[in-house]
Design a protein around this ligand. Structure first.
Ligand code: E4P
Length: 224
């Protein structure tokens, strides 16, 4: 299971990378717009924080295939190595994905709300498909089932395309999607913290410390 942080704020990304075993960062036009920094400044800054080996997923903003491809070249110049070009699974998006894959780009098919969209993107040879779990749940659908259906079909076909589950509201959705076959999840920093938080873990740690201090007078292991 791989995890990425879904953020465009440099400090949030830095803190997440300092703590968690992350494979990379995903951004989208909304999260970038919230930063108020132009891409030529933002993307190199993110790259500096995450290092050359981490994945950086950045999205095109054009809506027709030729301009999506042009966006991909610009993003690739700014984001450095291990860039994944996020392209929405529209009709023009699928057309752009095919060309981008042919031209050697790593592509993440994004804004996936139906297994059929993922199947087409997988057939186009993308590296990742990103199903939006919570947005589908909130629209009355079932994000977990979408992830499971895509995972089942990809496994049957022997496709190497990885499911990068995205758009989460709570940790239960994350757990269910991991068990349903997502190979990776991208999460906002607060949800990464949520994955590790458990009241019984906190209680266990507090009890260990209490017992230790009661016997040795301080929580230190050796310096007593
Ligand atoms: C994925 O890459 C998207 O940036 C993201 O997960 C969307 O999440 P949201 O529905 O919380 O905005």
């Amino acid at each position: 299971m791989r995890f990425l942080v879904d953020a465009a704020d440099i400090e949030e990304i830095r803190r997440a990378f300092e703590t968690y075993p992350l494979s990379g960062v995903t951004t989208n036009p909304s999260s970038v717009a919230r930063q108020g920094l132009e891409l030529p400044r933002l993307l190199p800054a993110i790259r500096e924080v995450i290092g050359a080996d981490a994945e950086l997923h950045v999205q095109v903003t054009a809506s027709d295939a030729p301009r999506m491809v042009r966006d991909a070249y610009s993003l690739s110049e700014l984001a450095g190595p291990h860039v994944f070009i996020k392209v929405p699974v529209t009709r023009e998006g699928i057309k752009a994905m095919r060309q981008l894959v042919d031209e050697g780009f790593a592509v993440t098919a994004t804004s996936v709300f139906a297994a059929n969209q993922a199947f087409l993107a997988g057939a186009a040879g993308v590296a990742y498909v990103a199903p939006y779990v919570n947005r589908l749940d909130e629209a009355g659908g079932d994000g977990e089932t979408m992830v499971r259906d895509i995972a089942t079909a990809f496994a049957t076909e022997g496709l190497v395309t990885v499911i990068l589950a995205a758009s989460f509201r709570d940790v239960a959705q994350v757990e269910r999607c991991c068990l349903a076959g997502a190979g990776a999840c991208t999460l906002p920093p607060a949800l990464l913290d949520g994955l590790v938080a458990h009241p019984l873990t906190e209680d266990a740690v507090a009890r260990f410390e209490r017992d230790w201090v009661a016997r040795f007078g301080s929580p230190a292991l050796l310096e007593r």
